[in-house]
Structures are given as structure tokens and as C-alpha cells.
Design a protein around this ligand. Sequence first.
Ligand SMILES: O=c1nc[nH]c2c1ncn2[C@H]1C[C@H](O)[C@@H](COP(=O)(O)OP(=O)(O)OP(=O)(O)O)O1
Ligand SMILES: [Mg+2]
Length: 214
Amino acid sequence: MRKLLDKTLVVASHNAGKIREIRDLIGPLGFAAKSAADLNFVEPEETGTTFEENATIKALASAKAAGLPALSDDSGLVVDALGGAPGVYTANWAEREDGSRDFAMAMEKVEKALKEKGATTPDSRTARFVSVLCLAWPDGHVELFRGEVEGKVVWPPRGTSGFGYDPVFQPEGYDITFGEMSAEEKHGWKPGEAKALSHRARAFKLFAETCLGA
Ligand SMILES: O=c1nc[nH]c2c1ncn2[C@H]1C[C@H](O)[C@@H](COP(=O)(O)OP(=O)(O)OP(=O)(O)O)O1
Ligand SMILES: [Mg+2]
């Protein structure tokens, strides 16, 4: 495992909601971070078939372009009744023909697919959010960290916090969705704490412990 010595890194993402969450998580650790979006880096094509492959593609592209370590996140919603869909294609399900994104439409698509499978009872709607973080250096070295959170897809959507599919995801043990939680509640983690809640915070905790000793 390579330690991260620099205190400057690039957040290798173009998703504003995700960049905000990663900034929240790294801020207390004393990092200054620009995002790939701030730096006008082109979005690399996510041609992989796993979260790990896509996270690696994104982190390496930013690390090489910036000459700095870069941290990417590839994530998605894995729904059991849909055979794991949308999975690595979670962002694609939100894409309109003009390339813009519509997550209200994406959540409707998931709901429609679940109805088609007859998955109407809470027990038949189990799902998990997965986040794979990749820390890449300009020399090509990479470290990967995976976090998952189990829960259920609910309908109708509830809450306006967070981003993406947050309003339809209710984590196990809670009666509110990620969309009804503050950012702090959704992360459920601060440096040094033993537990984290969100998939991203769980992966981030591994990253912080492994590469930062935090
Ligand atoms: O905590 C989350 N809460 C709600 N939805 C989420 C979350 N985490 C991932 N998601 C969904 C939306 C996102 O669009 C897709 C990931 O797709 P993914 O390719 O990794 O990210 P992206 O294209 O939005 O940004 P980028 O690749 O520039 O980092 O899964
Ligand atoms: Mg993407």
C-alpha cells in the first residue's frame, strides 16, 4: 500500500453532488482539492464493466493530466430483483438523448422495472449502493477501496438532499431515505470514527486508514 504524502489532490469527477461529498470527506483531513470539472479535464469514456475498472480509468486520466494524485469514485445502485441493474450503468439510466441527465426519470425507470418484475413488497426491493474509490498517481500506481450500503428501493421518492437516486434509497435500519438525511447523517463518519453509513463514506474510511493513517 502506498501512502499519500501530498496534501493536494484532484477529485477525478464531473458530478457536482459527488464532488461536494468527497470535498466534505477530505476537508477535515487537511486536503486542498480541485475537481476534474474545475480543471476542465475532458470526461474519459467509462468503458469498463466493473466499478473498479471505471474508477481506475477516471483516476488515471486525471492524475496524468494534472501531474498530481487523483481520487475518483465509480458508484451505482445494484438492485437484486433487477439482476444487479442498473449497476455500473446507473448514470446511463439518467441520460437523455441530448446528453443531459434527469434523475427523476431515472428513478421512474427503476420503479417501472421493479413493477414489471412484480417486486412490490419491501422485502422484494432489496438493493445496495456501491462506491469504488481509486487513488491514482501520475506514474500509474493505483489503490482501490470499495464501500457498500444495504437498503431498499422505496416509492415514491422522498427528500431533496443529496443527489442522484438518494430519494428512493432507504438504508437498512433507517426509516428515512438518503434524500431525507443531512450530508453528515448520510456520511455517518468523521476521521477516526469506527463506523460509516454511506457507500462512499465506507470506501473513504478505508482510503483514509490505509493511505493517510487517519
Ligand atoms: O450517493 C449516491 N446517491 C445517489 N445516487 C448515487 C450515489 N452514488 C452514485 N449514485 C448514482 C448517480 C450517479 O450518476 C451514478 C454513478 O455514476 P458514475 O459514473 O460513478 O458517476 P458520474 O458519472 O455521475 O460522475 P463521474 O463519473 O464524473 O464521477 O450512480
Ligand atoms: Mg461517470
